[in-house]
Every structure is written in structure tokens, then in C-alpha cells.
Design a protein around this ligand. Structure first.
Ligand code: GNR
Ligand code: NI
Length: 167
């Protein structure tokens, strides 16, 4: 097991588009284990491979209180969506920033699990928000890109300053 380094915004690698996983292997499962350890340690409710500089379509999520409901998504696709809701979001790659983003209220996602088996999940509420946030990462999109240019500029400046001070 290992803790992985989480890329911090602004970092060009957060904007890479992830490629599909051709085959789920032991290497995929090792990556997922390390991602889970990293996510729980952070702590966070989700983590996309993009955030640990692996540009494959893999993310994990666990919104349970007891951290015992890990969900793994490989090659995820939104096959249905409806409604709209606002949610205050944060991101492990954008520490200390919390902003309201508009998302679909409900999404149905099709993906493969860590055994390479297909599954479909219909999500709403906070889980639906998390799934959309993670799928954005796989497309190279960070949640701040849903905000105004002015806010993005301010957030970039603030994080660069934070990063200088913690070097
Ligand atoms: O830990 C996280 N919390 C969170 C809160 C509101 C909306 C989305 C999230 S995901 C985030 C972890 C993360 O950065 N995943 O990519
Ligand atoms: Ni994030």
C-alpha cells in the first residue's frame, strides 16, 4: 500500500484527458488500492486517477460515514441525466476552496468495477454530484472551471501563493 501524491491546481497535468482502460488487471487493482488509501487519508469522498497523475479512466468514491462503501468506476459513461441542483464543492486538488457549482440532480452511470464487470448506478443528491465531479477530472476538468473567469483567476492566485508558502 502507498500514499500517492495528489496534483494541486493549477497544474497542467490536471487538464489531461484520460484514456479508456483496455483491460482491468492486477496493476489496475493495485492502483485502485493505493488511490483508496490516498483518498481515505486525505480525507476525501472521491478521487480520480488524473489527480494522482495517472491518465486512465478510473475513479473511486465513498460518501459513507464509516468509509466502508468504496465504489470503483472504470471507463464510466453518463447514460442518462436530469434536473439541476447547486452544491458547494471542494476538491483535494484545490485545497481550501469551496464554491457552489450547478450539476445534474440525477445521473445514471454505466461503468466497470475492479473485477472488470459492468454495472449501472442511478445516483442522486450528493453521490450524483460526486460522480459528476470525478467524471469531470477524467475529462481534464477541475470544478473551478464551472466558475466565472474572475473567480478562477482569484483561486489560481490564492493557490499559487499557498504553494509558495508551503514549499
Ligand atoms: O472530498 C471531496 N469532497 C467533495 C465535496 C463536494 C463535491 C465534490 C467533492 S469530491 C472531493 C474529493 C475530490 O477532489 N475528488 O476529485
Ligand atoms: Ni476533485
Amino acid at each position: 500500500m502507498a500514499l500517492l501524491k495528489i496534483l494541486q491546481y493549477p497544474d497542467a497535468r490536471l487538464h489531461k484527458v484520460a484514456r479508456p482502460v483496455a483491460q482491468v488487471t492486477d496493476a489496475t487493482r493495485t492502483l485502485i488500492k493505493n488511490m483508496a488509501e490516498t483518498m481515505y487519508a486525505a480525507p476525501g469522498v472521491g478521487l480520480a486517477a488524473t489527480q494522482v497523475d495517472v491518465h486512465e479512466q478510473i475513479f473511486i468514491a465513498d460518501i459513507s460515514e464509516l468509509h466502508d462503501e468504496l465504489r470503483v468506476f472504470i471507463n464510466p459513461k453518463i447514460i442518462a441525466s436530469s434536473g439541476a441542483e447547486q452544491c458547494e464543492e471542494g476538491c483535494l486538488s484545490v485545497p481550501g476552496i469551496y464554491e457552489t457549482v450547478t450539476r445534474f440532480e440525477k445521473v445514471t452511470v454505466q461503468a466497470f468495477n475492479e473485477r472488470g464487470e459492468p454495472f449501472t448506478i442511478a445516483a442522486e443528491g450528493f453521490l450524483a454530484v460526486c460522480l459528476q465531479h470525478e467524471m469531470d477530472h477524467l475529462q481534464g476538468r477541475v470544478f473551478v472551471e464551472h466558475l466565472s473567469q474572475l473567480k478562477q483567476t482569484r483561486i489560481r492566485a490564492k493557490l499559487k501563493k499557498q504553494q509558495r508558502e508551503t514549499l
